[in-house]
Design a protein around this ligand. Sequence first.
Ligand SMILES: [Zn+2]
Length: 111
Amino acid sequence: MGWEIRYFLSLTWLQGLDYCTFFRTQSSVVIGLLTGHNTLRKHLYIMGLSNNPTCRKCGTEEETSVHILYEREALVSLKHTHLGSFFVDPDDIRKITTGAIWNFAKGTKLF
Ligand SMILES: [Zn+2]
């Protein structure tokens, strides 16, 4: 095998790896947001990894998936931008693509 081919294969292999890592990160954030097993403060607080369960965005409620996804006051403009509506309920979430949920999660800067 010539060096060009070996070089090409190593590049494709590396890119493939990045691609997998990206999807692994993306799906673990989306699954974490939907299941509540995530890096939000309330979960870290329950696990004993944080001493403050309060939301970093509003400072009043506990920072949970339910608060982030469904409460009417939290992150409404981000929901409108990424999830297509100012207010989202659990029935809506099933119709929203994981890509859109990922973009929303990333937009919150909480993950
Ligand atoms: Zn909040």
